[in-house]
Ligand binder design. Sequence first.
Ligand code: GLV
Ligand code: MN
Ligand code: MN
Length: 413
Amino acid sequence: MATMPNIRVNQERLWQSLMDMAKIGATEKGGSCRLALTDLDKQGRDLFVRWCKEAGCTVAVDRMGNIFARRPGRNPDLAPVVTGSHLDTQPTGGKFDGVYGVLAGLEVVRTLNDHGYETDAPIEVTVWTNEEGSRFAPSMTASGVFAGAYTEEYAHAIADDQGKTMGEELKRIGYLGDRPCGGQKFRAFFEAHIEQGPILEAEKRTIGVVIGAQGQRWFDVTITGQEAHAGTTPMPRRHDALLGAARLVDRINAIALAHAPHGVSTVGVLRVSPASRNTIPGKVHFTVDLRHPGDEALARMKDSLEAALSAVCGELGLAHELKQVVHTKPVVFDGDCVDAVRKAAGECGFGSMEIVSGAGHDACHINRVAPTGMIFVPCADGISHNEVESATPQDLAAGCDVLLRAMLERAVL
Ligand code: GLV
Ligand code: MN
Ligand code: MN
């Protein structure tokens, strides 16, 4: 492009939009709870759609409920330059995870409008459905369908704990669009996000130039023992499923420690059955989240998980089932998009550093079908997936300025 206009986003407006969105599903400790495809998720979507229409965008919704708000360009034949993230949250989520990436995109549109600035390629802001994976596993479902990792049929059939499916819930909240999910070309995709970890803050850098993301494997584990009377069953005769699970939680922690410094492992859900004080637990269901930036190391972590299950269950006379529900390979983002982010940060005068994402993001899927890059900004103490999650208005605006410049670099010929 010829010359980059020296325009900056409106920090106060971006902050106010984040605070307004956070009121939907606001929690006592200052966070947000908008689980995917609930009534609160619908309210958040409706607010975003209204803001986009007020900003002059046309809005389309696909069959996975992904929202695409388009600001036209001079050349309608060009594929759009796209940005976005998610509006759903964890059950005890913060105000910024995902929401920032969506509203930073809206702020880019509003800023271009303020300056009457026309791009050649259209600009689009997306909301991807069910990024968090908290209500419906796997996470990043709808960006995954868009990128061809899953089929629409598979995703529509995913059920929550109550047996409600994504397809039914999309229809119920009015976001089952008629556009097929996927197949649209993007000139580039950028996602802005809080880092969700402590590195940028510790290194005193404003912008993380994200070069890739670590791989993930998620599992559902069921341990089956024998329900029996808590008072009459001698200790040596027990087949206590919870005792097996307890030993496994510690072993699973040790698997990550054996893959230090990059390996991480989490048991996040534990359900005990029949959950009665005076019955020895006969069944336990738990989840495992394993992550590592190297796919081979991640495969070794999986092997260790299988070995730990066999060993612990063997010792206690328990049966086990292991089902892998997610495998996303480590991601390397597009070199040109990464360079555009680095260059934009430099031109804006922000300190930056390269970083690998510990979290999964919709960008990880979109990277399969479009040149993709990400921008991180610091969050306080690196805390995320927590109601206290916090980021400064200045850093959030800085990330948005970088997003604006990186998008213009691609959208103006
Ligand atoms: C998304 O929040 C993840 O689990 O990384
Ligand atoms: Mn997120
Ligand atoms: Mn998240």
